[in-house]
Design a protein around this ligand. Structure first.
Ligand code: SF4
Length: 438
């Protein structure tokens, strides 16, 4: 189906393109040594990502690789395996690897108690991160905030703390299986703010059951009371094997209207829109001084569920959404030795077409935009010659040329979740469709 037809059918929410190719296009392959994979890579500006696949509860909409309420023997075994993986990765990368960005995600990394968080940071010591200067970020949830955990984050100069709140409306929150109470959320936010992290982010969701324009406005205004430097607005997706995916959802799709309402509210409060989901105060631009470039630079992911990106291969552990699938993958991760971690057996070998499409998607879906000059430098060709279908974005006024860079128009921003999947290569789409999710 072409872009015009998709828009006419109002098929606005095809999928969130946060990475390309999607993990469901990864497959097993014969072992390749980690050292070989990284041997010819530029290691001067790497992103280190650590994944903690634990949460207090499993939210009904969530398809991230995480498990609810694991007990201590599992978390300890996980951290020990994580330390073995960190050693193997450090050995493969060598002493010259330089990290210009760090993130701790999940799941909910602050599900770990203070002692476990310290263990995690100790396991990362070998990478010599310059915590003072590099941008760094940690995901949290309201019920896992405590002063001792925040102190550890502060001791490591974490710049950005993000909290998924999703809504301040009780019925909406219960509809996705979350048990949080506003009083606890407010207390947690106050605790975070008392530590003066440079950037505080709140995540909200639109399209929830029971949500109305009035209740959405209330959630937005409540979030704004805390003056977060960043706000992410996520459209609700009902995905296979998630809580609301399994039990059904009475879908009354008002997402586009709620998106426009949320966007207009945040813009009127002085936020800049950086992508369909991401809004920030202008000051964040000065605080974010990192050199990492997501289209080009490598990422090393540690932990079960984390992805790693080199120019030639994207790799990770296997993926699941259902509880039993995640449990099996976690058990296998925890049993791995340092030698096991020095081999890669699952991922995607990046051909030229996938590299080009990734570059275009990572650029164009963010307000940094697509620079034909940078594309030319990297691929020795022009994106519109390689992919003539991109001209439809110009014809439909979804992108504009601003200072030599193609950026989304307001209409293009609102249709990001349609534009992304529309531009996936047919073979990637085929792999994603034939993947059987566990
Ligand atoms: S949305 Fe966040 S808190 Fe909820 S299950 Fe997913 S990772 Fe955990």
């Amino acid at each position: 189906m072409n872009l015009t037809q998709l828009i006419e059918q109002q098929a606005y929410y095809q999928g969130y393109t946060y990475a390309y190719p999607h993990k469901t296009s990864y497959r097993s392959f014969s072992p390749i040594s980690l050292a070989d994979i990284w041997a010819n890579e530029d290691k001067s500006q790497l992103f280190l990502y650590a994944h903690i696949p634990f949460c207090n509860m499993r939210c009904g909409f969530c398809n991230l690789f995480t498990t609810a309420n694991p007990k201590q023997p599992l978390t300890i075994a996980y951290l020990e395996a994580f330390a073995r993986q960190a050693k193997a990765a450090h050995q493969a990368l060598g002493e010259k690897a330089n990290f210009t960005r760090f993130a701790l995600g999940g799941g909910t990394p602050t599900y770990l108690n203070a002692k476990e968080l310290s263990f995690l940071f100790d396991a990362l010591t070998c990478f010599n991160l310059d915590y003072q200067t590099i941008p760094s970020s940690v995901e949290t949830s309201p019920e896992t905030i405590s002063e001792d955990r925040l102190q550890i984050l502060k001791d490591h100069c974490i710049k950005r703390v993000s909290m998924g709140v999703q809504s301040f409306h009780k019925k909406e929150i219960r509809s996705v299986g979350r048990g949080q109470h506003n009083a606890e959320v407010f207390q947690s936010i106050e605790k975070i703010k008392a530590f003066n992290f440079a950037i505080f982010n709140l995540d909200l969701i639109y399209g929830l059951a029971h949500q109305t324009p009035e209740s959405w406005e209330k959630s937005l205004k409540t979030a704004l009371c805390f003056e977060p430097e960043e706000i992410f607005l996520y459209p609700l997706y009902v995905r296979p094997l998630t809580g609301i995916g399994k039990f059904g959802f009475n879908w009354d799709d008002e997402r586009m209207k709620l998106y426009q309402q949320g966007r207009d509210t945040l813009l009127s409060y002085g936020y800049e829109q950086m992508s369909m989901r991401y809004f920030r105060k202008p000051i964040v631009n000065q605080l974010e001084s990192g050199d990492y470039c997501c289209q080009q630079d490598g990422m090393i992911g540690l932990g079960c569920g984390a992805r790693s990106y080199t120019q030639q291969v994207h790799y990770s552990s296997e993926y699941a959404v259902g509880r039993s699938g995640i449990k099996a993958i976690l058990e296998s991760y925890n049993a791995r030795t340092e030698d096991d971690f020095s081999q890669i057996t699952y991922g995607f070998k990046m051909d030229e077409d996938t590299q080009k499409r990734r570059f275009i998607l990572q650029s164009i879906l963010h307000m940094t935009g697509l620079s034909p000059l940078l594309y030319q430098q990297r691929f020795k060709s022009n994106p519109f010659t390689d992919y003539p279908e991109l001209k439809a974005l110009i014809d439909l006024q979804l992108i504009n040329l601003v200072n030599g860079v193609w950026t989304l128009t307001p209409k293009g921003l609102s249709l990001s979740d349609l534009i992304g999947p529309w531009f996936y290569a047919p073979d990637i789409e085929h792999r994603m469709n034939e993947y059987s999710l566990i």
